[in-house]
Design a protein around this ligand. Structure first.
Ligand SMILES: [Zn+2]
Ligand SMILES: [Zn+2]
Length: 276
């Protein structure tokens, strides 16, 4: 019997706000900004639920997708078109952040699964570029955000002869360089703060990553203007190692993984694989 993973995507629309009742207006504003509005703000949420279990040798399935749709669909329908803070009792005491919403989904779905089928991961997108993941460990979650920067490079190795460089790197060896809109998805794995409901405030993550990208990479010719590449080719494998080391200084041991997209067709990863 083989073991398998299946993922089903659900979508729902909802509003929420962030407000810690023990804090005054100023404190709430400082941490949550405009997301404190008492009327809430909205998202088109995307929920990816990954299940795992043995593949039934007769049906060839871990679980029938129509059953998945029924079990998880019933949970999702309670969130759809709701003001999470008010309409759902789970968020009367905790903030409806992406991390907490993913965790609540886990808690609501888990008891309804048939025997032998287990949750592997709940991934919740609040926008196309921000998402949280929950893996079932007590209070820990992964929070990710996608950033972009633009840079140029030429692929060339000083350990190779000119002719060899042309053969190895082809067009990318053009000595005048060429450029990309790079995308970097940065993930942090941390306990969910019991007051803010966040692993890391989005503002803090944005500030640290944007600072690094702006100072080190944005608008630069990588192989000529970034000292790290003075003795190694400015390939994306080396670039992601440079970004990982730089962000590790900013985020410490909480940096969980990085995905670098050179183009929509070429991805590079460090840490845990994304399996998007
Ligand atoms: Zn929001
Ligand atoms: Zn290139």
């Amino acid at each position: 019997m083989s073991f398998g993973y299946i993922t089903r995507r659900f979508r729902f629309c909802a509003s929420h706000r962030y407000w810690v009742s023990g804090w005054d207006e100023e404190q709430n504003q400082a941490v949550f900004g405009s997301r404190t509005s008492k009327y809430g703000h909205g998202h088109n949420y995307t929920l990816d639920v990954t299940l795992k279990g043995d593949v039934n040798p007769i049906t060839g399935m871990v679980i029938n997708l129509s059953e998945v749709k029924k079990i998880i669909g019933a949970v999702v329908s309670r969130f759809d078109h709701a003001f999470l803070n008010v309409d759902l009792p789970y968020f009367h005491k905790i903030q409806p952040t992406a991390e907490n919403v993913a965790r609540i989904f886990w808690q609501l779905i888990e008891p309804d699964l048939p025997e032998g089928v287990f949750l592997h991961r709940v991934r919740l997108y609040t926008t196309e570029s921000v998402f949280a993941e929950y893996f079932g460990s007590e209070d820990e979650a992964v929070f990710s955000k996608r950033f972009v920067f633009s840079a140029t490079h030429r692929l060339n190795s000083d350990k190779l002869k000119d002719e060899e460089n042309r053969i190895v790197y082809g067009k990318c060896n053009n000595k005048h360089g060429h450029g990309h809109n790079y995308a970097v998805i940065v993930s942090v794995r941390k306990p969910i703060d019991s007051v803010t409901g966040m692993t890391i405030p989005l503002k803090v993550l944005e500030e640290k990553v944007r600072n690094f990208l702006k100072t080190e990479l944005q608008g630069k010719r990588l192989d000529m203007e970034v000292p790290y590449f003075s003795d190694k080719p400015a390939t994306s494998e080396n670039l992601i190692a440079f970004i990982h080391a730089g962000l590790e200084q900013e985020l410490g041991p909480f940096l969980y993984r990085i995905k670098l997209k050179e183009t929509d067709n070429n991805f590079f990863e460090t840490g845990e694989l994304f399996d998007e």
